[in-house]
Design a protein around this ligand. Structure first.
Ligand code: ADP
Length: 172
């Protein structure tokens, strides 16, 4: 294995087993994986950046070659900053493909020296997304098979605090 750093960028709001599957497989392919948690995405998030980084870091604590960092701005600039030669993404379905293809080609134009690699999701996680995970958790469904226990706890805390806010609003 050559000494190659792979960057795995995403929003990870929050990290789930599908994300971890890609991170662990990448860590077996390349010497170092840097999980890059996007700091300013243009969507409304459940968890702030520090929490998203902390949840991912806890999930990969047994993997010495996986590091989790927050970043802002262009992903390719961050890849250059950390010396990544490869950018890795996960592909769930054909519906993911068009978007990932567009991003990969744009990034290739911006940074021709970086290779883009998509790993196919494992079948067990092909249905899984952070949006589905949050929706089920907020409705108090069982998410134990979808993410690590500490993420289940964080989701439960969010569901509870939202319940309190709603109950208080009704009383006012
Ligand atoms: P985005 O980065 O597009 O905002 P995410 O943070 O959820 O979305 O995903 C980060 C990366 O992980 C993306 O490449 C996405 O396709 C991949 N991914 C998300 N869910 C899964 C899954 N269930 N299996 C494999 N890869 C996934």
């Amino acid at each position: 294995m050559k000494d190659i750093i792979a960057l795995y960028p995403g929003t990870f709001d929050p990290v789930h087993n599908g994300h971890l599957d890609i991170a662990f497989r990448a860590a077996k392919l390349w010497s170092r994986v840097i999980v890059a948690v996007y700091d300013t995405p243009s969507k409304s998030l459940m968890f702030d950046t520090a929490t998203r980084v902390a949840l991912f870091t806890q999930a990969v604590k047994d993997w010495s070659n996986i590091e989790v960092r927050a970043y802002r701005g262009l992903t390719v600039e961050f890849a250059r900053e950390v010396g990544a030669q490869v950018m890795v993404r996960g592909l769930r379905a054909i519906s993911d493909f068009e978007y990932e293809y567009q991003i990969a080609l744009t990034n290739k134009q911006l940074a021709p020296e970086i290779e883009f690699c998509a790993l196919m999701t494992s079948q067990a996680y092909s249905f899984l997304s952070s949006s589905i995970l949050k929706e089920v958790a907020l409705l108090h469904g069982d998410v134990n098979d979808m993410c690590p226990p500490h993420v289940v706890d964080a989701l439960r805390a969010q569901a509870l605090s939202r319940q309190v806010v709603e109950a208080t609003a009704k009383r006012i």
